[in-house]
Design a protein around this ligand. Structure first.
Ligand code: C5P
Length: 224
């Protein structure tokens, strides 16, 4: 069964918690850098106190010792899932995985804001196929001992085939049929992402910006 994660991309913790209280049975809450920098560990504890698993999506990319320390701190805080950048390299990924314990650590492969020319600029070589790059980085994440990866709905089928059945594949850029894509270039519906092999879906604006968020949340659950 594919799990639903709601991305609480709100400017303040009060509004985020008010919404969380309306989403009956929600198991996973994603907090990103905007909210976390404003509200810090207190907000993580408030979500956890409501019985939710917290996905702290800060996408760490630093030297191994620093990332390992950040993962340990997240674990001590009770965070259930967190992210690092696969481009941090094998030593960083391994150090992070060793620190993770029960925390599910995921590798971010290719940012959804990168197209091939932008990624070529970063890596300094030709990139004929971004799917190949995503697969290469996802394999590095799993080889280093990470629980899984974050991937676009476009690549999830390819990655599921490459990685086998075990690794988690967490898919953002999910939209209910008919919803605006906004800044997401490659969206998928919840049902489609689940069918292609996603273990978890991240849904933000389709729920948080809906006229009736609780109703949109129910529709996503039903479509799974
Ligand atoms: O509002 P929307 O459903 O597009 O939100 C998607 C969430 O997933 C945002 O919090 C965004 O930061 C996050 N995300 C993403 N693409 C990635 C990784 C995370 O959209 N590659």
């Amino acid at each position: 069964m594919t799990e639903l994660i709601v991305a609480f991309d709100y400017p303040n913790g009060r509004d985020a918690l008010a919404l969380a209280d309306r989403l009956n049975g929600l198991r996973w809450a994603k907090l990103g850098p905007v909210l976390y920098v404003r509200e810090g560990p207190t907000l993580v504890r408030e979500f956890a106190a409501r019985g939710m698993h917290v996905f702290l999506d800060l996408k760490w990319h630093d030297i191994p010792n620093t990332v390992s320390g950040a993962v340990t701190a997240a674990r001590d805080l009770g965070v259930a899932m967190a992210t690092v950048h696969c481009l941090g390299g094998a030593a960083m990924l391994t150090a992070a995985a060793l620190a993770a314990g029960d925390l599910a650590l995921l590798g971010v492969t290719v940012l959804t804001s990168h197209d091939a020319p932008a990624f070529e600029q970063v890596v300094g070589r030709g990139v004929p196929d971004l799917g190949f790059e995503a697969e290469r980085l996802a394999r590095a994440a799993v080889a280093a001992g990470l629980r899984g990866v974050v991937a676009s709905g476009h690549d999830v089928g390819l990655l599921r085939e490459a990685l086998g059945p075990e690794p988690w594949i967490v898919v953002p850029g999910v939209r209910l049929p008919g919803d605006a894509a906004g800044d997401q270039a490659r969206t998928v519906t919840p049902a489609e992402a689940a069918r292609r092999g996603a273990t978890h879906l991240v849904v933000g604006r389709s729920i948080t910006q809906a006229a009736d968020p609780a109703e949109a949340y129910q529709r996503v659950l039903e479509s799974l």
